[in-house]
Design a protein around this ligand. Structure first.
Ligand SMILES: Cc1cc2nc3c(=O)[nH]c(=O)nc-3n(C[C@H](O)[C@H](O)[C@H](O)COP(=O)(O)OP(=O)(O)OC[C@H]3O[C@@H](n4cnc5c(N)ncnc54)[C@H](O)[C@@H]3O)c2cc1C
Length: 408
C-alpha cells in the first residue's frame, strides 16, 4: 500500500490530505503537525479571534478529528518532523519514531521573523502565526494597553486595526518609506497610512526600534530617529521565514522556500511542497516567489494531491490575497509593481477598483476596496491578462464582463 506522508497539518497540508481521499486515493495518509490543533485557517486570527467577535475558534477548523477519522487520515498532532532520509524514504519525528513514505509533502508553512531575539521569550513580546499566539495576545490585552507593532505589512496593520477597535493605544513602526511596500502601489500605501492615522494609530514610517529595554510594565524603545517610546506590549510583525530547513538539510534546492516545479515537485520526484513554504516557479515574466496567502495554501494543497494521483497539474497561479482593516475589505489579484498605467474605477456602495496595466496595455493586477461583486469580474480579467481600454475600464457604466477585450 502506498503511503503519502504530509509534514505540516496546516491549511495546505489539510487540503492535500482531504483532496487525496476525495479523489479516490486508497493508500495510507499520515498528517504530522507540530501544533496540537487539527488543521485550521489562520486569517481570522488577527481579526475576529483577536477582536473576540464573529468567527469562533471552532469555526477555524478545516478538518476536525471526526472528519479525519472518517477519511482514514492518520493525524499525528503535537509532533515535529526533524529529519528526512531521502535514500531510505523515511522521516524521523521528535519522539524518535520513523515513518516511511512513498510520497512526501512538505507543508510546513513559515514562522514570524523575530528582530529582537533576546526578548523573544518576554511575556509581553508577541508574534502572530498560530492560534495559541492569537489567544495569548487576546488574553494579554484584557487591560488598556499600548502596543508597539514592529512591521507595517498586512499582519501588523490588521493587528493595529483590531487593537484600535478594542480601544488600545497603537504605534506602528515601518522601516520602509511606505506601508505594504511589496504588495501595493504608493497610492494604496498612502491610503492605508491615512486610514490608520485617522483611526488614531501613531504611524512611524522609515523608523526602526534601535534598542528595546524591558521594564516593569512593558518596554522602553529607543527609535532610529532618537526618540523614545514606552509601550506595554510588542507585536513583532516583520515578515515570515519559510520553514524550509528540513528540505535544505535533505539537500533539496531552496531559496527562502522550497523550489518546486509546476507539478509542485521539488528536485526529488518523491517530495512535493505546498503553501507558504513553497516557491511558485518562475514563469518567464516573474522570478520564483513565495505566495503567503490563504488561496494559495488551499489551491496548492489540492494541486499537490492531484499531482501525486498522476493528474496533469500546471500550478502557476496568479497571486491572490485579501485583508480586512476597519471597514475596508481589501482584495489584491496579480502584480501591482512595474505597472505602466493605473486606472481607478468606482463601484457600488463607495467601493473602488484600481487596475494596473503593463506596457502592452494588458492587465497585470487589480486592488479592490469594498468592491463587492465587481471584484470577481475584475479578478477574471487579470487572471486572463486581458487587454482593456483604460477609458472603458474607468467607466462604471460599462460592465466589466462586457469590456471590449482582446487576449494579451
Ligand atoms: C494572523 C494571520 C492572518 C492572515 N490573514 C490572511 C488573510 O487575510 N488573507 C490571506 O490570503 N492570507 C492570510 N494569512 C496567510 C495564510 O493564513 C497562510 O498563507 C496559510 O495559513 C499558509 O498555509 P500553510 O499550510 O502553508 O502553512 P500553515 O498554515 O502555517 O501550516 C503549517 C503547519 O506546519 C507545522 N510545521 C512546521 N514545521 C513542522 C515540522 N517540522 N513538523 C511538523 N509540523 C510542522 C506548523 O506548526 C503549522 O501548523 C494570514 C496568516 C496569519 C498568520
Amino acid at each position: 500500500m502506498s503511503t503519502v506522508l504530509i509534514l505540516g497539518a496546516g491549511q495546505a497540508g489539510g487540503w492535500a490530505a482531504r483532496t487525496l481521499r476525495d479523489q479516490g486515493f486508497a493508500g495510507r495518509i499520515v498528517l504530522v503537525g507540530q501544533e496540537s490543533h487539527a488543521p485550521y485557517e489562520r486569517p481570522p486570527l488577527s481579526k475576529d479571534i483577536l477582536l473576540g467577535q464573529g468567527t469562533s475558534v471552532a469555526e477555524l477548523t478545516l478538518l476536525d478529528a471526526a472528519t479525519m477519522q472518517a477519511l482514514n487520515i492518520e493525524a499525528l498532532l503535537g509532533r515535529c518532523a526533524l529529519r528526512i532520509d531521502r535514500e531510505r524514504k523515511t522521516v524521523t519525528l521528535d519522539d524518535g519514531s520513523e515513518l516511511a513514505y512513498d510520497h512526501l509533502v512538505l507543508a510546513t508553512g513559515g514562522r514570524a521573523r523575530q528582530l529582537l531575539p533576546e526578548l523573544a521569550q518576554h511575556p509581553r513580546m508577541f508574534t502572530l502565526r498560530t492560534l495559541d499566539d492569537a489567544l495569548r495576545l487576546k488574553e494579554s490585552l484584557s487591560q488598556p494597553s499600548h502596543l508597539l507593532i514592529i512591521g507595517g505589512g498586512w499582519i501588523g496593520l490588521e493587528v493595529a486595526a483590531t487593537a484600535r477597535q478594542l480601544g488600545h493605544e497603537v504605534t506602528v513602526l515601518e522601516a520602509a518609506p511606505r506601508l505594504c511596500q511589496r504588495s501595493v502601489c504608493a497610492a494604496m500605501s498612502d491610503e492605508l497610512a491615512s486610514v490608520h492615522t485617522e483611526q488614531g494609530v501613531n504611524l512611524r514610517l522609515e523608523t526602526t526600534a534601535a534598542q528595546v529595554q524591558p521594564e516593569a510594565a512593558g518596554f522602553v524603545a529607543t527609535l532610529s530617529d532618537g526618540s523614545t517610546l514606552t509601550c506595554t506590549h510588542i507585536v513583532m510583525a516583520a515578515g515570515l521565514l519559510a520553514n524550509d530547513e528540513l528540505a535544505e538539510q535533505a539537500g533539496l534546492p531552496c531559496r527562502q522556500g522550497v523550489i518546486v516545479d509546476e507539478q509542485c515537485r521539488s528536485a526529488d520526484p518523491h517530495i512535493y511542497a505546498a503553501g507558504d513554504v513553497a516557491l511558485r516557479p518562475a514563469d518567464g515574466v516573474r522570478p520564483a516567489l513565495r505566495l503567503e496567502s490563504w488561496q494559495n495554501a488551499q489551491d496548492q494543497g489540492m494541486a499537490v494531491a492531484q499531482a501525486i494521483l498522476g493528474q496533469q497539474v500546471h500550478y502557476l497561479p496568479t497571486p491572490l490575497v485579501w485583508s480586512q482593516q476597519y471597514d475596508r475589505f481589501i482584495q489584491i489579484c496579480g502584480h501591482v509593481d512595474q505597472a505602466q498605467d493605473t486606472v481607478l474605477r468606482s463601484v457600488k456602495q463607495g467601493g473602488r477598483l484600481r487596475f494596473y496595466l503593463d506596457a502592452q496595455g494588458a492587465l497585470q493586477g487589480v486592488v479592490g476596496i469594498n468592491a463587492g461583486r465587481d471584484w470577481r469580474a475584475a479578478r477574471a480579467l487579470v487572471e486572463r491578462r486581458e487587454k482593456a481600454d483604460p477609458r472603458a475600464l474607468a467607466d462604471p457604466a460599462i460592465a466589466l464582463n462586457k469590456l471590449p477585450q482582446a487576449l494579451a
